[in-house]
Design a protein around this ligand. Sequence first.
Ligand code: HEC
Ligand code: HEC
Length: 154
Amino acid sequence: MKLRIALPVLLAALALPALADNYSLPKNAAFEEECTSCHIAYPPQMLDAHSWLHMMNGLATHFGTDASIDDKRRAAIADFLAQNSGGRKTGRTVDARGNPLLRITETARFEKKHRKVDAATWKRASIKSPANCGACHTQAAAGDYSERSITIPK
Ligand code: HEC
Ligand code: HEC
């Protein structure tokens, strides 16, 4: 009996952080298998569907590497990314000419959130690239970008 009353309250409390930025990773086996071997699982919420579809159509020339996969898996991952892509909150992820951005790190939202990180910091040997989220966001692989889990390495 006690549990029946407490559970909804507990669930409501757990759901609260979702009102802030929620980049938790929806489960998807194909995405995890194909998209986390070279880098962390980037949150689908951080690009809009248009950007993801462009990326998924150009995997053979993916940031200087060949990340191509068979068509069936490619279509499944493209669907998954589009369905979980950032909507209104992320804004459209296009450049000044309206072309879809393929880098989260080039989006206005990313730039806004990282205004306090200076150019020299991004280039530290321990960080290398803004795309290396996990260098500073220690729980990035789990989709947690909250301030309490940030440690900028020397
Ligand atoms: C063969 C290795 C490899 C695989 C597999 C791979 N990637 Fe990448 N990806 C890269 C490299 C290299 C970069 C550029 C990293 C950098 O600039 O530091 C990158 C960058 C990215 C970026 C942009 C990061 C930024 O700068 O904001 C996204 C988004 C991305 N990958 C998504 C995916 C998705 C989705 C998949 C699965 C379909 C995938 N990647 C599979 C190598 C790979
Ligand atoms: C050089 C370290 C560093 C790297 C690399 C980095 N970040 Fe951050 N990020 C920060 C810092 C510092 C903040 C907090 C800025 C502030 O509080 O003003 C932040 C804030 C954020 C926030 C906002 C968190 C919130 O609670 O509002 C998100 C989302 C985020 N980063 C995502 C990413 C993603 C995705 C990547 C990789 C593509 C990335 N970051 C790479 C340092 C980094």
